[in-house]
Ligand binder design. Structure first.
Ligand code: 3PG
Ligand code: MG
Length: 401
């Protein structure tokens, strides 16, 4: 990380006992649609090193985060209350929950904190100012948030690519440092943008090429191999002249994918077989078919075993691996083998391996894979991709000033 950025140790060295420290975390965890329960608490656990250090040092810790994409007003389905409960279990101490973000409840909750206690404010995005494009509106909200801290810690790596009040404008108002998670994420990802050990193999999946276009462009000159699976592989297969049945297809991206393939000098590896199903359903009839033989009435929902074998061979040579995006609809067991196979291949290399993205990280845990067999599992999806694209990230830039 840039030498001009101070980190948590610098703040701790100044002494934080009795001081209010505002921590921006990314506690945007997936919730079960029916029960509202947290289905993966990885992002909560990821911020524990920072929170634990501040608690130990006797700070009054005020945590804030977004969850989901509410539209600037309170919306109970996006409340952080369940997160406060889970955080309390993990730190083994009560987490004082404020039912608003900068209102009466928040003020009372923050005022009542004693040394070493933790408060969590309600969802930042219940306030229009958080995500506003208007600097004045964002600034006014940032003023209210900043009033809760004497220092600011950014540990929300998953949100550093957002120019939001809590990420971009609060650090302009308070002494600011990077938390342990942000520091580690940036250290790891900078190994990939610097001089990665070769072969450097990147695996990309997920549904849309349009989302990944910028990162593919940025990575192509850097990587030795780019393996493409997931929903977005069908637009590439189409660009190769294959029929893809009713598979996910971005018609307007076919030409772009064709250009990428011709510029890639053979670095891009596409599926040679896919699991094609009658419908997007867990119990749909399905078969493995060659990638150039998808029946017109079927859609591809996973990469096939021959593809997994080819990807595994490429990965086994690698010295550096970055993986973002599932290879198929891994939430349905019939279409999880591609993602599982690639994930297992990654764990078996002796490469430095990085998993980027909320979905891929959740896939690793949902498939019961051992997290410790990966070099690093990033908490950021969009953030890690934009970092690899070489973009300026508003949250990191704000810490530099
Ligand atoms: C994420 O889940 O990618 C981060 O929490 C950022 O959320 P956002 O994409 O809604 O800004
Ligand atoms: Mg996202």
């Amino acid at each position: 990380m840039s030498a001009s950025i101070r980190n948590l140790d610098d703040l701790l060295a100044e002494g934080v006992s009795g001081r209010r420290v505002l921590v921006r975390a990314d506690l945007n965890v997936p919730l079960d649609k029916q029960t509202g329960e947290i289905t993966d608490d990885g992002r909560i656990r990821a911020v524990l090193p920072t929170l634990g250090a501040l608690v130990q040092a006797g700070a009054k810790v005020v945590v804030c985060s977004h969850l989901g994409r509410p539209k600037g007003a309170p919306d109970p389905q996006y409340s952080l209350r369940p997160v406060a409960g889970r955080l309390g279990e993990l730190i083994d101490a009560p987490v004082h929950f404020a039912t608003d973000t900068v209102g009466e409840s928040a003020r009372a909750t923050v005022d009542a904190l004693t040394d070493g206690q933790v408060a969590l404010l309600e969802n930042l995005r219940f306030n229009k100012g958080e995500t506003s494009k208007d600097d004045t509106e964002r600034g006014a909200f940032a003023d209210q948030l900043a009033a809760f801290g004497e220092a600011y810690v950014d540990d929300a790596f998953g949100a550093v690519h957002r120019k939001h009040a809590s990420v971009h404008d609060v650090p302009a108002r308070l002494p600011h440092v990077a938390g342990r998670l942000v520091l580690r994420e940036v250290e790891v990802l900078s190994r990939l943008t610097g001089e990665p050990e070769r072969p450097y193999v990147v695996v990309l999946g997920g549904s849309k090429v349009s989302d990944k276009l910028a990162v593919i462009e940025a990575l192509l000159p850097k990587v030795d191999r780019l393996l493409i699976g997931g929903g977005m592989c069908f637009t590439f297969l189409k660009a190769q002249g294959h029929e893809v049945g009713t598979s996910l297809l971005e018609e307007e991206m076919v030409e772009t994918c064709g250009n990428l393939l011709s510029r890639a000098e053979g670095k891009i590896l596409l599926p040679v077989d896919v699991v094609a199903a009658d419908a997007f359903a867990p119990d749909a009839a399905h078969d493995t078919v060659p990638a150039d033989g998808i029946p017109s009435h079927r859609l591809g929902l996973d990469i096939g075993p021959e593809t997994v074998a080819g990807f595994t061979a490429a990965l086994s040579q690698a010295k550096t691996v970055f993986w973002n995006g599932p290879m198929g609809v891994f939430e349905m067991p019939a279409f999880a083998n591609g993602t599982r196979g690639v994930a297992e291949a990654i764990t078996k290399t002796d490469a430095f391996t990085v998993v980027g993205g909320g979905d891929s990280a959740a896939a690793v845990r949902a498939l019961g894979l051992d997290e410790s067999s990966f070099g690093h599992i990033s908490t950021g999806g969009g953030a890690s991709l934009e970092y690899l694209e070489g973009k300026t990230l508003p949250g990191i830039a704000a810490l530099e000033n």
